[in-house]
Design a protein around this ligand. Structure first.
Ligand SMILES: *Cc1c(COP(=O)(O)O)cnc(C)c1O
Length: 393
């Protein structure tokens, strides 16, 4: 059986999105800035896509700025707000310990350039305490940036409450909603959001396209100087096929949201319940305030990378929080942020499902994972030591 369960890393493009894109390569190939009919067709395609996305997020069309993806949107929102607010003497930014690196590394860059950063604790369940946020806000706080849903452990923050606190205290609020858009209901007005980052490839749209929602009235500095695209703020000829594909994918996700959520929660909960039967296993983060398709677990005495390789051999593609992307052996900052000790954080497994996954696949996972874990533990000196310490050996 083949089971792609790494949808938090990226998704397969949907037929709907692909079919919407094809004409943009062949017939609607004009430059949206050209005044002739071929250009105007492309202009209309971009305009309609923008309106469709704005409608789904409940904002105005001219509050949507197309970017190359989530990382760019995060960088623009955070660096832009920092520059804007520094002029008013505000150089303090609040975020959380377990943000995506697109946020954390941007904050690190700002810290080197004279900003003060406060990172809120996310506790064992992977959710901030509103009281901590209230205490952290100061006179000189320029921005609060808290992710909507975590990409590794899938926990969902109380975004509306966070936004309400920020409104009350007069602080701008940005959310990295890359894992949430297309997967959770979002209404930027009701949710008190000033800026929001999204990315097409996380909800069955194409890669290399995203958007930043920026509430009217916030004068973010231009990201790229040049032509007049994106209301003069981000120059460069629009990626028309990708913009159209992202809008089509989002529309499809929004139309099927409740149906998909129901199905995904069923798959998720079946897998979690099934894998929890493995001794010395645990779920990372809150069990209910979590993305419908996210399973994040740790298995003691197991090396996450080895587990992934064995799973791939039986047709299951997953991910591990301890991915040593930079060649380092440090476990994921997300798993450490919820208080897991290093040796447990190393044995992590993330399965992220989409609506194409099935309950049969869930059962296949529940059947395949335990013997692999047993085999890895049988070879593990760490497991042997743990068993001895507990008097099990
Ligand atoms: C994937 C992801 C990003 C980066 O988005 P790209 O479009 O790949 O740049 C940022 N934040 C979160 C939470 C993500 O999951």
């Amino acid at each position: 059986m083949k089971v792609y369960a790494d949808n938090a890393a990226t998704t397969k493009i949907s037929d709907t999105a692909l079919n919407a894109m094809m004409p943009c390569f062949k017939d609607v190939y004009g430059n949206p800035s050209s005044l002739h009919s071929v250009g105007q067709n492309a202009f209309h395609a971009v305009r309609d896509a923008r309106a469709q996305i704005a409608d789904i997020l409940n904002c105005k069309s001219d509050e949507i700025y197309f970017t190359s993806g989530g990382s760019e949107s995060d960088n623009w929102a955070i660096k832009g707000t920092a520059e804007l607010m520094a002029k008013k003497g505000k150089k303090h930014i609040i975020s959380t310990k377990f943000e995506h690196h697109a946020v954390l590394h941007t904050l690190k860059y700002l810290e080197k350039n004279g900003f003060e950063i406060t990172l809120l604790d996310v506790y064992e369940n992977g959710i901030i305490h509103i009281d901590d946020l209230k205490k952290a806000i100061r006179e000189d706080t320029a921005l609060v940036t808290v992710m909507f849903a975590n990409n590794e452990i899938g926990t969902v923050q109380p975004i509306r409450e966070i936004g309400a606190v920020c409104r009350e205290r007069g602080v701008l609020f940005h959310t990295d909603a890359v894992q949430a858009v297309g997967h959770l209901p979002i209404d930027v007005q009701n949710d008190n959001i000033d800026m929001l980052s999204m990315s097409g490839h996380k909800f069955h749209g194409p890669k290399g396209i995203g958007a930043l929602y920026c509430k009217n009235g916030i004068r973010l500095p231009n990201l790229i100087e040049g032509g007049a695209q994106e209301r003069n703020r981000r120059a460069g000829t629009e990626n028309v096929p990708a913009i159209v594909g992202m809008a089509a994918a989002l529309k499809e996700a929004a139309d099927n949201l409740s149906e998909n959520t129901k199905k995904l929660c069923e798959i998720r909960d079946r897998v979690i319940d099934g894998l929890l039967k493995i001794p010395s296993s645990r779920v990372n983060g809150d069990r209910t305030a979590r993305l419908p398709g996210n399973v994040s677990m740790c298995f003691e005495g197991v090396e996450g990378e080895s587990l992934l390789l064995y799973l791939d051999m039986v047709g299951i593609q997953a991910s591990s929080g301890s991915a040593c992307t930079s060649g380092s052996l440090d476990p994921s900052h997300v798993l450490l942020s919820i208080g897991l000790p290093h040796e447990i954080a190393h044995g992590s497994l993330r399965l992220s499902f989409c609506e194409e996954n099935t309950l049969e696949q869930a059962d296949y996972i529940i059947e395949q994972v335990p013997p692999i874990i047993k085999r890895l533990r049988d070879m593990s000196p760490l497991w042997e030591r743990l068993q001895k310490e507990r008097g099990n050996a």
